[in-house]
Design a protein around this ligand. Structure first.
Ligand SMILES: [Zn+2]
Length: 332
């Protein structure tokens, strides 16, 4: 069973909000290409749900995008499947083109449309993650065998520089993952954890997960003035959408959207963080009325600090996720 389900990582949602909200500039181009790469990676990960359903729901705890701290660095695991007998790490690559695994130079070379890109060797990455996880678990008194595989989710053409290198056996095509999972599962018969210990370490891993967050203004050296304000139309993307009574109406395409403001507040949350005052909210949503803004904030905030004018609201990520979920069309 999934104990940490497949979801778009938080920092990828941040990229998405910035792509929507940032005025055209060099940073916008950078963020757009980071977003494209990240969302392609995510789509590859999402496509793992089919082969992973062959792992018994009862035996396995599956974590998607688990990010742990080893005391010095963070390490991020695309998928961890954990049971009483062993742990399996899956490093997922969704890269198109011709892929060459160079096991001598420890790199991955991608050739596409006359361009050659060099990536870190995913096999070394997976081995490194295995060492980090082993240490992390042993510090908590947990010792069990850990295996890893590199899954190619795309239909890329794959070649290797050294067919005799044992490590290349770790490369698996997604279409082949089901049989690989079943084979690994059969190799381990002895339990190293009791059911209770498995529950405990599952809870520990979930509690230790630290989501990756970016600080847009620091990371990309952008200014607040470069961020587009207003409620965007969920239909055509135009800003601003105006509030007329209970509805938000787009003047460009006449689309009526009741919850369009939630997407705007979600963007605010992803770019500026959860804290927001009434006047910041009015400014961002282009609202005139303080009392209307207060009502919206009471509906979407988790809690607030302070009184009247100096009150700071804290937007709840959960509330914002519900109705505001719409993605940008990259082909535009
Ligand atoms: Zn519109």
């Amino acid at each position: 069973m999934y104990v940490k389900p497949i979801q778009v990582p938080f920092h990828v949602l941040q990229y998405e909000a910035l792509v929507r909200r940032l005025n055209p500039c060099a940073a916008h181009e950078d963020i757009r290409s980071l977003y494209k790469r990240a969302i392609a990676g995510y789509r590859g990960e999402r496509s793992m749900s089919y082969p992973l359903c062959y792992l018994s729901e009862e035996d396995f705890r599956i974590f998607h995008n688990l990010r742990l701290y080893d005391g010095i660095h963070y390490f991020q695991i695309d998928f961890l499947a954990l049971c009483e007998r062993f742990a399996l790490i899956l490093e997922v690559k969704n890269i198109i083109g011709k892929l060459t695994f160079d096991t001598e130079m420890l790199q991955l070379i991608r050739e596409l449309d006359d361009a050659r890109d060099i990536y870190d060797d995913p096999i070394s990455q997976a081995n490194h993650l295995t060492d980090s996880l082993r240490q992390w678990l042993s510090k908590r008194g947990v010792f069990l065998p850990i295996r890893n595989r590199v899954v190619i989710a795309s239909a890329a053409q794959i070649q290797v520089t050294d067919l005799n290198n044992d490590q290349i056996k770790k490369i698996v095509r997604r279409a082949n993952l089901k049989s690989v999972l079943l084979k690994i599962n059969k190799q381990f018969t002895e339990a190293h954890l009791s059911a209770g210990e498995l529950d405990k370490i599952t809870a520990n891993l979930l509690a230790a997960h630290q989501k990756k967050m970016i600080q847009p203004f620091k990371t990309f050296k952008i200014q607040s003035e470069q961020i587009k304000k207003g409620v965007q139309c969920p239909n055509c993307g135009a800003t601003p959408v105006e509030k007329v009574k209970q509805r938000w109406i787009c003047r460009a395409c006449d689309h009526h959207a009741r919850f369009a403001y939630l997407t705007a507040l979600r963007d605010y949350f992803l770019i500026y963080g959860p804290a927001i005052t009434n006047s910041q909210c009015r400014d961002f949503l282009n609202l005139g009325s303080e009392s209307t803004t207060r009502r919206l904030l009471h509906r979407t905030a988790l809690h607030f600090d302070g009184n009247k004018k100096s009150r700071i609201y804290y937007l709840s990520e959960e509330i914002l996720d519900e109705k505001a979920n719409w993605s940008i069309n990259l082909s535009k």
